[in-house]
Ligand binder design. Sequence first.
Ligand code: SAH
Length: 349
Amino acid sequence: MNEKKLCPKNMTREELKGFFSDMGERPFRGVQLFRGMYARGLSSFDEMTDLPAALRRILAETAALFTLTPREVLVSRPDGSRKYLFETADGHLVESVFMRYDYGNVICVSSQAGCRMGCAFCASGLGGLRRGLRSGEMADQLLRARLDTGEDIGRIVVMGVGEPLDNFDELKRFIETVGDAEGLGIGRRNITVSTCGLPPGIERMAEELPQVGLSISLHAPNDRLRDALLPVNKRYNLAVLLKAVRGHIARTGRRATFEYALIAGLNDGAECAAELARRLRGMNCHVNLIPLNRVEETGFCGSGRAETERFRAVLASAGLQVTVRRSLGADIHAACGQLRAKTLSKIGG
Ligand code: SAH
């Protein structure tokens, strides 16, 4: 793929209209291209037969319809979830997971190639941050999965590799693009963004994307533990983070989700559960417990069933809404960044 080519998927519908009128074409051509890429999900400019043949030829020569090339697909035997490894035009690896739930299909999208947050238990940050993804690169994870499965995808969770609030402008453009009624029409209420806890980004979400769901990767009930697991906590401690989350809930009227990965012997004791319950008391929130997926390089292990159930019970009896996440795709390295990290270490990237 030629990285100098124009990538129309990085533009919103309005920007495409402007682009075509600057070229001396009718702005409506931009809408047709937008529909061809998103609503119809076509895989070549040539299939966009509502565009004049000459224009299709120019596009085929000067523009790249896809920003990502598929490199690997792993299909989970037990649950049919699919893990994709893609490559950007400039050679970065990106991974995504397609999941089937009773309520429909969900795509877990990566927002950056790598990550600079450095969480101790996570595979995504092992090689640091390469760069933030462009909006079209986020959208193509969905469009590629839709082409591959032939199935519609109605929900998006931005919980793949990267910290989405560290790439806010492109995240916002992506949400705007996939939400466009002339394209995929995925409403903001069907999108959830997961963050390790960047209060300025949380405030921007409340102001600029109030309908989008907010999920916070908490993983610890106090600063001592959280400092050790998520370095970002040294910059924005729990009190500062929870204040931003409370502000988000007050501003949007939406319930927040806290993710809590249970790590054997570290943050899964009954005292941790009680401390967590105290901190979250009275908040309009939901706690999602996830037994940690093992990432060899980190040395951490996930909690067992008994510890997970004990932790859940303490939170529930304190009146918190709590669920244990059903883990899909454990056989295909579906945990964040695992496939990418494995491939990078194989190729020495
Ligand atoms: N940077 C964002 C989104 C990507 S991580 C965030 O931190 O939320 C998505 C979720 O997977 C986060 O809750 C993250 O903490 C969690 N996660 C990372 N590594 C994990 C592992 N080995 N097992 C279970 N969850 C993990």
